[in-house]
Design a protein. Structure first.
Length: 370
């Protein structure tokens, strides 16, 4: 069974203004004092963040137990520190320039990127899926490129920025477009082509190392995985698990097709870079509220219909891992309730920052609470 891992970034926020609260170092200290969480807790770029970089899973229910446990603990630590912790792609409000974690590599990135860092106050969801080799990774990259607008739409959870509703469901996606590498990667011929072209980027435009390659999907430089990085951090673990199930099923689907490499290259060729860029920005704006690019019809379609078609394409792969029923329930919820972006927007409109705090508190360790 194909393995997977999940990286969730969490941001601590001041309880009233919901601006970043720089307690990440203390939260990290407390988390890593516990044997169960020491190896999977990481510092992140911002002084207000921690990351759960999970162990390797082969079952969704095991992943659920791990994600829920970490979220419960980080929520307790936040309460002890007198702050809020949120699963959101951007903080609702923030400072002109962030406090960055006291890590040499992060300080180097700040020196290289300068003013771009002012708006790089972001939290993401990354899903790693195991692959047999790097050639398989290139097959997945090419196959997934046309689907990145839809994946961006379903993971949209960052509508608020600097105290205002941006009108975008994923403002994090917009902010990331400023980096040297962002959005969809180009198509690649093979693994050698991928390695050659990524190595050429080092030392240029702030790319201090391969981990600063910000594409929405990439081959891990240190793990036998392909890493899908398009997602905003999610309000609740249920949505995270739905995204992880879809990502794992897509990788299996892409690699199990007849003549997989040729099929992926052909799919990618039908999605030129300029169309893909425009479709991703459209998805960041509208999320699941309107239309999204549908690779099956090669045009704009209802986001709900496109997601349903994507799900049907993956049904056999979801069934093979035992995820079909649970993923189907999550699909139905999303088609009715929408994404985290809509829930954040509604909470903000109803109750301002207090409404958002209630939403964050109710979902960080729970489920679909509004």
């Amino acid at each position: 069974m194909r393995t997977f891992g999940i990286e969730e970034e969490f941001q601590f926020l001041e309880p009233k203004a919901l601006r970043p609260a720089d307690v990440g170092a203390e939260a990290f200290r407390r988390l890593t004092s516990l044997d169960a969480w020491r190896e999977v807790t990481h510092r992140e770029f911002l002084a207000s963040q921690v990351e759960h970089a999970s162990r390797v899973f082969d079952r969704l229910d095991v992943a659920e137990h791990a994600l829920a446990g970490f979220r419960r603990l980080v929520a307790r630590i936040a309460a002890d520190l007198g702050v809020v912790v949120g699963g959101t792609g951007t903080p609702p409000d923030t400072t002109p320039f962030p406090s960055v974690a006291d890590v040499d590599r992060y300080r180097s990135i700040v020196r290289e990127m300068d003013g771009i860092i002012a708006d790089h106050q972001l939290s993401g969801l990354h899903v790693h899926v195991g692959i047999p080799d790097r050639e398989s990774g290139v097959v997945v990259l090419n196959a997934v490129r046309p689907w990145l607008p839809l994946l961006t739409a379903i993971t949209a959870n960052s509508p608020l920025w600097r105290g205002h509703d941006t009108g975008y469901d994923s403002w994090r996606t917009v902010l990331l477009r400023r980096w040297t590498t962002s959005g969809a990667p180009p198509a690649f011929v093979d693994a050698a082509d991928y390695d050659r072209r990524t190595s050429k980027l080092l030392g240029i435009g702030g790319t201090v190392d391969l981990a600063v390659i910000m594409w929405d999907v990439r081959i891990s430089a240190h793990l036998p995985t392909v890493e899908l990085r398009m997602g905003d951090a999610q309000l609740d673990a249920d949505t995270t698990l739905f995204v992880a199930a879809l990502c794992r099923a897509f990788v299996a689907h892409a690699l199990e097709r007849s003549d997989a490499a040729h099929a992926a290259a052909a799919d990618s060729a039908r999605m030129p870079a300029e169309l893909l860029s425009a479709a991703q920005l459209h998805a960041a704006h509208s999320g699941m509220r309107g239309s999204v690019f549908d690779p099956i019809t090669a045009g704009m379609q209802s986001a709900g219909e496109t997601l349903t078609g994507f799900f049907r394409m993956l049904e056999a792969s979801l069934a093979a891992t035992g995820d079909l029923e649970r993923a189907g329930e999550a699909l139905d919820r999303m088609l009715v309730d929408g994404t985290g972006a809509g829930r954040q927007r509604a909470a903000f409109e109803r109750g301002g920052t207090l409404g958002l705090r209630r939403l964050y508190d109710g979902t960080i360790a729970g489920g679909q609470v509004d």
